[in-house]
Design a protein around this ligand. Structure first.
Ligand SMILES: C[S@@+](CC[C@H](N)C(=O)[O-])C[C@H]1O[C@@H](n2cnc3c(N)ncnc32)[C@H](O)[C@@H]1O
Length: 238
């Protein structure tokens, strides 16, 4: 391809981007394609997804198949056994991770909305993996602060955006060395590029803090609404 051809192709692809990425950071077609090429989830998780999409006020809060399968693979591949799930909602992420967790593994899932907690607990009670999940109702920051340090293998952050930085700081305390943090909605629908409202500013500040933190390895994934995958570094022995 000549230089002019290359530039013409780049111009065309920029036009394409203007047309297709007005609101969605990751194209809807790509999302659908990804879901269609990802293993289906268990019947109970599919039921939770259907219920959440049809019967709750905020169905977009659900992680869903692609992210759920990603969480399951991370749990399996990392061998995580002590997990914290911040933001239970209808129970999808907690149950997805529980299904991939070893029999002696535990998930602490945190939810401050009693109605959501009741819905999630009813699903956990129906699952053979439900006994691995402890649901605690309350403010996530208070519960995180009450947990022992250097104990947990993985934290999934998926609650109120204005507290992400506080959740990150507390997660760094409770995680063991080499432990993982996965922060959902790191793209925040693209609003982090030019943050205007408080939540978007908080998400942009959170992303910058992680990026500048030399205690961690990080990988910013553009999966769904963005997942910041963060690993607490191992201490160097001198
Ligand atoms: C995006 S949803 C979580 C989605 C869930 N992880 C899933 O896989 O479907 C966020 C949840 O966090 C809860 N939440 C928001 N702020 C909270 C807080 N300060 N403490 C505890 N839970 C909170 C909300 O009530 C909501 O159920």
């Amino acid at each position: 391809m000549s230089r002019n051809d290359t530039e013409a192709a780049r111009d065309n692809s920029n036009k394409d981007r203007e047309v297709h990425s007005f609101m969605e950071v990751v194209a809807w077609e790509a999302e659908q394609y990804a879901a269609g090429h990802t293993s289906p989830m268990s019947p109970l998780l599919e039921e939770i997804e259907k219920y959440t999409l049809t019967s709750t006020d905020y169905p977009s809060m659900l992680t869903g198949r692609v992210e759920g399968r990603f969480l399951q693979l991370i749990v399996s591949l990392s061998g995580a056994k002590n997990i914290i799930d911040i933001g239970t909602f209808t129970g999808y992420s907690a149950l997805a991770m529980a299904e991939s967790l070893a029999g002696d593994g535990k998930i602490l899932t945190i939810e401050h909305n009693p109605a959501n907690a009741d819905i999630a607990q009813a699903y956990f009670n129906r699952s053979p993996h439900g006994a691995k999940i402890e649901l605690r109702q309350g403010e996530a920051i208070d519960i995180l602060k009450s947990l022992p340090n250097n104990r947990y293998d993985l934290v999934f952050i998926d609650a109120d955006k204005s507290n992400y930085l506080a959740y990150y700081q507390e997660s760094m305390k409770v995680l063991r060395e080499g432990g993982l943090i996965l922060a959902d909605n790191a793209l925040w629908y693209g609003r982090i590029f030019d943050p205007q409202d408080e939540e978007s500013k908080a998400m942009a500040a959170f992303n910058e803090e992680v990026n500048n933190d030399n205690r961690v390895e990080k990988l910013f994934l553009t999966l769904r609404d963005g997942i910041y995958l963060i690993r607490k570094a191992l201490q160097q022995s001198s």
